[in-house]
Design a protein around this ligand. Structure first.
Ligand code: BG6
Length: 503
């Protein structure tokens, strides 16, 4: 991300652990295809799927191709789609795809990996853990024991997917086990939100436009709302989701990344160390609530039966592989405070949920109201505060609400909008968001990856909610297709505020 001009990444062997899983076919392989379309992969890059099911390289590549073509043709394919898989381009990429049948716990698998690397002219290797998290520390220990993390003959990097731990203690333990066999410089902890153009743009907009800094503080900002609303339910992930819940799934990672981008101090440079240090500082400054305050400032919701238009939707407890008595939240709303000079007194309200009315990931920055003295005789109650909305998806862009005079002899006001939509200015290539992340890993740029302290600070800030809910954490029902339980509105109305309308 910190580069100005880009060229093909260095050669390497990229091992995809968990090769037959969803992530590889839905996101990683389309991203690799897009990178090769853009000429950003070296011709000596080799991709090796590693998994326990026996298959040949040809079978593995054919399965990936079939899946990508199916998605390509599916009307309205969303993230992960590759538009128009070109036969020749795919054939060129498919030639570099290999497969290794191996059990992640068997030392023999790692011997076979060493042999594959030895066959290549360069010793560079990336081990991408697209596996279930229970394998993370075991695979890394085996890589270490087999000498595969030794960088004497080329770089050796490990990409760790989320979830990175399920609470503070497990995240610390996982970090410790990774750092036992390699250095921080070799570890690339992924948060796919950082691969999104609009998320990266928050930093660029904030720090490259002199205008923003002047009012980006508690003198002018009343509060900030961060929303990640999804219309999907838990789909086929019931078993994973039921032991995870909305808080762990979205908050310490994706939502805190958005919070950090909005709230961090300007980094001294756009390099990995400077950016990640500022992020760690601001996430570390989130006030740790006592259990009582954590309960007061949080709402847990769970969707029940409902509708999206004419479509009837099942309740969460009726979803496949979900406990019919489950008390897992599919929605969470939180209030957090950041104890530093810039933000003291400015609440950050976070909410995320499945099966809400619309898909919308956005940050709404609400400014303090103007003193309305001169408009006393007008319809002052109709005036909304100024909001700056940064929409991450689906309509990427930024919008600023202003008050303007409605034409006519009366002094009457209306809310109007200044806007910038990405699609009006830039030709967006189809992409998965993983392109930048894979490219950055190949080139060794860690700016968009989470450092150990970023991850641990995130868990430290959500731990009080996890602890408080263990004792009293009843979920509040909301009908599928609605925007969370009524208690979430009360969380803000207690502070005389309302949620910014989504969509
Ligand atoms: C994943 C979560 O990390 O992010 C999912 O596990 C969630 O539950 C997804 O749906 C949201 O990502 P995006 O890019 O669709 O906003």
């Amino acid at each position: 991300m910190s580069k100005h001009e880009i060229e093909a990444a260095p050669p390497c062997t990229l091992f995809l652990f968990g090769a037959n899983g969803d992530l590889v076919k839905r996101l990683l392989m389309p991203a690799l295809y897009n990178l090769s379309r853009d000429g950003l992969l070296d011709k000596n890059l080799r991709i090796v799927g590693v998994d326990h099911n026996p298959a040949t390289a040809g079978e593995f590549a054919a399965r990936l191709e079939a899946f990508m073509r199916e998605r390509d043709q599916a009307a309205g394919a969303g993230a992960g789609a590759v538009k128009c898989l070109d036969d020749k381009r795919w054939a060129r990429l498919a030639k570099r795809i290999g497969y290794l049948t191996g059990d992640f716990v068997e030392p023999a698998t790692y011997q076979a990996i060493a042999e594959r690397i030895a066959k290549n002219r360069n010793g560079n290797a990336i081990f991408y853990l697209a596996t279930s998290p229970r394998f993370f520390s075991g695979v890394v220990a085996q890589l270490g024991a087999a000498g595969l993390l030794d960088e004497r003959n080329g770089f050796r990097r490990v990409v760790v997917e989320k979830p990175f731990g399920h609470d503070l203690a497990s995240a610390e333990a996982l970090n410790a086990s990774l750092l036992k066999v390699m250095s921080e410089k070799q570890i690339f902890r992924i948060d796919h939100y950082l691969g999104k153009e609009t998320v990266q743009n928050i930093l660029v907009s904030r720090f490259s436009n002199g205008l923003f800094e002047a009012f980006w503080n508690n003198h002018y900002i009343d509060h900030v709302q961060i929303t990640a609303a999804e219309t999907v339910g838990v789909e086929t992930r019931g078993a994973f989701y039921d032991s995870t819940g909305a808080l762990r799934d979205m908050v310490p990672n994706h939502l805190f990344q958005l919070l950090a981008m909005v709230a961090m101090e300007p980094p001294a440079a756009f390099g990995a160390d400077a950016v990640r240090t500022e992020k760690a500082k601001v996430i570390g400054a989130i006030r740790p609530w006592s259990k009582a305050m954590a309960l007061k400032h949080s709402v847990r919701g769970q969707y029940t039966e409902g509708r999206q238009g004419r479509k009837k939707l099942a309740g969460y407890r009726q979803e496949p592989r979900v406990d019919p008595q489950s008390n897992t939240e599919t929605y969470v709303a939180l209030k957090v405070m950041i104890d530093n000079w810039r933000w003291v007194g400015v609440p950050f309200y976070l909410r995320t949920g499945k099966r809400m009315s619309v898909r919308d990931t956005e940050i709404a920055i609400c400014f303090k109201p103007a003193p309305y003295a001169q408009f006393r005789d007008t319809e002052v109650e109709r005036l909304k505060p100024n909001y700056l909305k940064i929409q991450i998806q689906p309509n990427e862009g930024m919008w600023f609400d202003l008050q303007a005079k409605r034409p006519g002899p009366a002094l009457a006001m209306e809310n109007v909008e200044l806007g910038f939509a990405y699609k009006d200015f830039f030709k967006m290539q189809p992409s998965t968001g993983y392109e930048t992340l894979i490219y950055d890993c190949l080139t060794g740029d860690q700016t968009l990856f989470q450092r150990a302290d970023n991850i641990e600070n995130g868990w430290r800030a959500v731990q009080p909610f996890l602890d408080a809910w263990r004792e009293h954490g009843e979920v509040q029902p909301y009908a599928a297709g609605e925007d969370g339980p009524a208690a979430a509105d009360e969380l803000l109305s207690r502070d005389r505020r309302v949620w910014h309308s989504i969509g």
